[in-house]
Design a protein around this ligand. Sequence first.
Ligand code: PEP
Length: 253
Amino acid sequence: MTARRPLIAGNWKMNGLLADGRALAAGVAEKRKAFGESAPFDMLVCPPFTLVTAVVDAVAGSGVEVGGQDCHTAEKGAHTGDVGPAMLKDAGCAYVIVGHSERRTDHGETDAVVKAKAEAALAAGLKVIVCIGETLEEREAGQTLDVNKRQLNGSLPAGASAENCVIAYEPVWAIGTGKVATPEQAQEVHAAIRAELKGLVGGIAEDMRILYGGSMKPGNAAELMAQTDIDGGLIGGASLKVDDFIGIAEAAG
Ligand code: PEP
Protein backbone atom coordinates (compact mmCIF):
# COMPACT_ATOMS: atom_id res chain seq x y z
CA MET A 1 0.00 0.00 0.00
CA THR A 2 1.22 3.50 -0.84
CA ALA A 3 1.10 5.95 2.06
CA ARG A 4 -1.96 8.12 1.64
CA ARG A 5 -1.41 11.78 2.46
CA PRO A 6 -4.13 13.02 4.84
CA LEU A 7 -6.48 15.70 3.53
CA ILE A 8 -7.87 18.18 6.05
CA ALA A 9 -10.87 19.78 4.37
CA GLY A 10 -13.12 22.46 5.83
CA ASN A 11 -16.74 22.78 4.74
CA TRP A 12 -17.88 26.25 5.76
CA LYS A 13 -21.44 25.56 4.56
CA MET A 14 -23.66 28.69 4.41
CA ASN A 15 -21.56 30.72 6.82
CA GLY A 16 -19.59 33.90 6.52
CA LEU A 17 -19.84 37.42 5.20
CA LEU A 18 -16.90 38.90 3.37
CA ALA A 19 -15.04 40.23 6.41
CA ASP A 20 -15.47 36.95 8.36
CA GLY A 21 -14.45 34.82 5.39
CA ARG A 22 -11.34 36.88 4.72
CA ALA A 23 -10.31 36.79 8.37
CA LEU A 24 -10.88 33.04 8.70
CA ALA A 25 -9.03 32.27 5.48
CA ALA A 26 -6.13 34.56 6.40
CA GLY A 27 -5.90 32.94 9.85
CA VAL A 28 -5.86 29.43 8.39
CA ALA A 29 -3.33 30.47 5.74
CA GLU A 30 -0.97 31.99 8.28
CA LYS A 31 -1.00 28.88 10.48
CA ARG A 32 -0.66 26.57 7.49
CA LYS A 33 2.41 28.50 6.37
CA ALA A 34 4.01 27.88 9.76
CA PHE A 35 4.00 24.13 9.00
CA GLY A 36 6.26 24.86 6.03
CA GLU A 37 6.74 22.74 2.94
CA SER A 38 7.06 19.54 4.91
CA ALA A 39 3.51 19.64 6.34
CA PRO A 40 2.34 16.03 6.54
CA PHE A 41 -1.14 16.82 5.17
CA ASP A 42 -2.99 18.63 2.39
CA MET A 43 -5.36 21.40 3.45
CA LEU A 44 -8.52 22.64 1.77
CA VAL A 45 -11.25 25.14 2.64
CA CYS A 46 -14.65 25.17 0.93
CA PRO A 47 -16.36 28.54 1.48
CA PRO A 48 -19.77 29.53 0.13
CA PHE A 49 -19.70 30.65 -3.52
CA THR A 50 -19.87 34.35 -2.55
CA LEU A 51 -16.53 34.08 -0.74
CA VAL A 52 -14.56 31.91 -3.15
CA THR A 53 -12.67 34.73 -4.86
CA ALA A 54 -11.81 36.49 -1.62
CA VAL A 55 -10.68 33.25 -0.01
CA VAL A 56 -8.57 32.30 -3.03
CA ASP A 57 -6.79 35.67 -2.66
CA ALA A 58 -6.43 35.30 1.11
CA VAL A 59 -4.79 31.86 0.97
CA ALA A 60 -2.57 32.48 -2.06
CA GLY A 61 0.92 31.05 -1.56
CA SER A 62 0.05 29.38 1.75
CA GLY A 63 -0.45 25.81 0.55
CA VAL A 64 -4.17 25.94 1.39
CA GLU A 65 -6.41 24.97 -1.54
CA VAL A 66 -9.96 26.17 -2.12
CA GLY A 67 -13.04 24.21 -3.14
CA GLY A 68 -16.71 24.74 -3.91
CA GLN A 69 -19.49 23.05 -1.93
CA ASP A 70 -21.53 21.95 -4.94
CA CYS A 71 -21.74 22.40 -8.70
CA HIS A 72 -24.21 21.91 -11.52
CA THR A 73 -23.94 19.08 -14.04
CA ALA A 74 -24.06 21.46 -17.01
CA GLU A 75 -21.18 23.53 -18.27
CA LYS A 76 -23.34 26.67 -18.57
CA GLY A 77 -26.83 27.77 -19.47
CA ALA A 78 -30.30 28.46 -18.14
CA HIS A 79 -29.93 27.24 -14.55
CA THR A 80 -30.81 30.20 -12.37
CA GLY A 81 -28.97 30.20 -9.07
CA ASP A 82 -26.59 27.38 -9.95
CA VAL A 83 -22.84 27.41 -10.48
CA GLY A 84 -21.02 25.34 -13.10
CA PRO A 85 -17.77 23.49 -12.43
CA ALA A 86 -15.82 25.56 -14.97
CA MET A 87 -16.87 28.68 -13.05
CA LEU A 88 -15.40 27.24 -9.86
CA LYS A 89 -12.21 26.30 -11.65
CA ASP A 90 -12.01 29.76 -13.19
CA ALA A 91 -12.46 31.35 -9.75
CA GLY A 92 -9.44 29.43 -8.44
CA CYS A 93 -11.01 26.31 -6.95
CA ALA A 94 -9.10 23.04 -7.06
CA TYR A 95 -11.89 20.88 -5.61
CA VAL A 96 -15.64 20.62 -5.31
CA ILE A 97 -17.70 18.69 -2.76
CA VAL A 98 -20.57 16.70 -4.30
CA GLY A 99 -23.33 14.70 -2.66
CA HIS A 100 -23.12 16.20 0.81
CA SER A 101 -26.02 14.82 2.85
CA GLU A 102 -27.43 18.34 3.22
CA ARG A 103 -27.64 18.57 -0.59
CA ARG A 104 -29.14 15.09 -0.80
CA THR A 105 -31.77 16.06 1.82
CA ASP A 106 -32.44 19.73 1.03
CA HIS A 107 -32.34 19.36 -2.76
CA GLY A 108 -33.34 15.74 -3.28
CA GLU A 109 -30.03 14.85 -4.93
CA THR A 110 -29.89 11.21 -5.93
CA ASP A 111 -26.79 9.09 -6.46
CA ALA A 112 -27.25 9.55 -10.22
CA VAL A 113 -27.25 13.34 -9.85
CA VAL A 114 -24.19 13.22 -7.59
CA LYS A 115 -22.35 11.05 -10.11
CA ALA A 116 -23.26 13.40 -12.96
CA LYS A 117 -22.04 16.38 -10.95
CA ALA A 118 -18.79 14.61 -10.12
CA GLU A 119 -18.22 13.71 -13.78
CA ALA A 120 -18.90 17.29 -14.86
CA ALA A 121 -16.44 18.52 -12.24
CA LEU A 122 -13.72 16.11 -13.37
CA ALA A 123 -14.29 17.18 -16.98
CA ALA A 124 -13.72 20.79 -15.89
CA GLY A 125 -10.42 19.84 -14.26
CA LEU A 126 -11.59 19.93 -10.66
CA LYS A 127 -10.95 17.23 -8.07
CA VAL A 128 -14.04 15.90 -6.34
CA ILE A 129 -14.96 14.95 -2.79
CA VAL A 130 -17.85 12.51 -3.08
CA CYS A 131 -19.88 12.28 0.15
CA ILE A 132 -21.77 9.21 1.29
CA GLY A 133 -23.19 8.12 4.64
CA GLU A 134 -26.09 6.45 6.39
CA THR A 135 -28.85 7.99 8.49
CA LEU A 136 -29.46 7.00 12.10
CA GLU A 137 -32.53 5.04 11.03
CA GLU A 138 -30.46 3.08 8.50
CA ARG A 139 -27.74 2.38 11.08
CA GLU A 140 -30.26 1.19 13.63
CA ALA A 141 -31.80 -1.08 11.00
CA GLY A 142 -28.40 -2.70 10.43
CA GLN A 143 -28.13 -1.26 6.89
CA THR A 144 -24.99 0.86 7.34
CA LEU A 145 -22.64 -1.08 5.07
CA ASP A 146 -25.27 -1.74 2.42
CA VAL A 147 -26.28 1.93 2.25
CA ASN A 148 -22.71 3.12 1.95
CA LYS A 149 -21.88 0.55 -0.72
CA ARG A 150 -25.00 1.46 -2.67
CA GLN A 151 -24.23 5.19 -2.50
CA LEU A 152 -20.62 4.57 -3.48
CA ASN A 153 -21.60 2.47 -6.49
CA GLY A 154 -24.17 5.03 -7.58
CA SER A 155 -22.14 8.20 -6.97
CA LEU A 156 -18.57 7.34 -7.98
CA PRO A 157 -17.71 9.17 -11.20
CA ALA A 158 -16.32 7.37 -14.24
CA GLY A 159 -12.63 8.19 -14.51
CA ALA A 160 -12.15 8.41 -10.74
CA SER A 161 -8.51 8.10 -9.72
CA ALA A 162 -6.55 8.52 -6.50
CA GLU A 163 -5.45 11.94 -7.75
CA ASN A 164 -8.82 13.37 -8.77
CA CYS A 165 -11.28 11.75 -6.37
CA VAL A 166 -11.68 11.62 -2.60
CA ILE A 167 -14.49 9.82 -0.79
CA ALA A 168 -15.96 11.30 2.38
CA TYR A 169 -17.78 8.95 4.74
CA GLU A 170 -20.13 11.14 6.72
CA PRO A 171 -22.66 9.36 8.91
CA VAL A 172 -25.64 11.71 8.73
CA TRP A 173 -26.36 11.24 12.44
CA ALA A 174 -22.91 12.61 13.30
CA ILE A 175 -23.04 15.78 11.16
CA GLY A 176 -23.40 18.91 13.25
CA THR A 177 -24.82 16.90 16.16
CA GLY A 178 -21.77 16.55 18.38
CA LYS A 179 -22.25 12.76 18.13
CA VAL A 180 -19.07 11.40 16.62
CA ALA A 181 -18.67 7.87 15.31
CA THR A 182 -16.30 5.87 17.46
CA PRO A 183 -12.97 5.16 15.75
CA GLU A 184 -14.04 1.50 15.50
CA GLN A 185 -17.42 2.35 13.93
CA ALA A 186 -15.76 4.68 11.44
CA GLN A 187 -12.95 2.24 10.59
CA GLU A 188 -15.43 -0.55 9.95
CA VAL A 189 -17.23 1.54 7.33
CA HIS A 190 -14.02 2.96 5.83
CA ALA A 191 -12.64 -0.56 5.38
CA ALA A 192 -15.89 -1.68 3.73
CA ILE A 193 -15.79 1.35 1.43
CA ARG A 194 -12.20 0.59 0.43
CA ALA A 195 -13.07 -3.05 -0.23
CA GLU A 196 -15.99 -1.95 -2.41
CA LEU A 197 -13.76 0.57 -4.19
CA LYS A 198 -11.37 -2.27 -5.06
CA GLY A 199 -14.16 -3.90 -7.05
CA LEU A 200 -14.87 -0.61 -8.80
CA VAL A 201 -11.42 0.83 -9.53
CA GLY A 202 -9.02 -2.02 -8.71
CA GLY A 203 -5.65 -1.26 -7.16
CA ILE A 204 -6.34 2.49 -7.27
CA ALA A 205 -8.50 1.92 -4.19
CA GLU A 206 -5.38 1.52 -2.04
CA ASP A 207 -4.28 5.04 -2.91
CA MET A 208 -7.66 6.78 -2.85
CA ARG A 209 -8.28 8.90 0.22
CA ILE A 210 -11.35 8.25 2.35
CA LEU A 211 -12.15 11.08 4.77
CA TYR A 212 -14.27 10.86 7.90
CA GLY A 213 -16.81 13.63 8.49
CA GLY A 214 -19.15 14.17 11.42
CA SER A 215 -18.40 16.31 14.49
CA MET A 216 -14.63 15.95 14.09
CA LYS A 217 -12.82 18.14 16.60
CA PRO A 218 -9.22 18.56 17.81
CA GLY A 219 -10.05 16.27 20.75
CA ASN A 220 -11.23 13.29 18.68
CA ALA A 221 -9.33 13.77 15.43
CA ALA A 222 -6.10 11.94 16.34
CA GLU A 223 -7.88 8.74 17.31
CA LEU A 224 -10.05 8.79 14.21
CA MET A 225 -7.18 9.52 11.82
CA ALA A 226 -5.03 6.84 13.45
CA GLN A 227 -7.38 4.24 11.93
CA THR A 228 -5.94 2.33 8.98
CA ASP A 229 -8.48 3.49 6.42
CA ILE A 230 -9.18 7.04 7.62
CA ASP A 231 -7.19 9.49 5.53
CA GLY A 232 -8.23 12.84 6.94
CA GLY A 233 -11.41 14.72 7.67
CA LEU A 234 -14.22 16.71 6.11
CA ILE A 235 -14.91 19.20 8.85
CA GLY A 236 -17.95 21.43 9.24
CA GLY A 237 -18.40 23.33 12.50
CA ALA A 238 -14.78 23.07 13.64
CA SER A 239 -13.53 24.50 10.33
CA LEU A 240 -15.08 27.87 11.24
CA LYS A 241 -12.52 28.43 14.02
CA VAL A 242 -8.88 28.76 13.03
CA ASP A 243 -7.52 27.06 16.14
CA ASP A 244 -9.92 24.11 15.95
CA PHE A 245 -9.26 23.53 12.25
CA ILE A 246 -5.51 23.76 12.73
CA GLY A 247 -5.75 21.58 15.83
CA ILE A 248 -7.31 18.86 13.66
CA ALA A 249 -4.52 19.25 11.10
CA GLU A 250 -1.96 18.87 13.89
CA ALA A 251 -3.61 15.58 14.81
CA ALA A 252 -2.91 14.28 11.30
CA GLY A 253 0.84 14.67 11.72
C1 PEP B 1 -19.98 18.35 7.32
O1 PEP B 1 -20.90 19.11 7.15
O2 PEP B 1 -19.41 17.86 6.33
C2 PEP B 1 -19.61 18.02 8.69
C3 PEP B 1 -18.87 16.97 8.90
O3 PEP B 1 -20.08 18.85 9.66
P1 PEP B 1 -19.66 18.82 11.24
O4 PEP B 1 -18.16 18.70 11.29
O5 PEP B 1 -20.15 20.13 11.76
O6 PEP B 1 -20.33 17.65 11.84
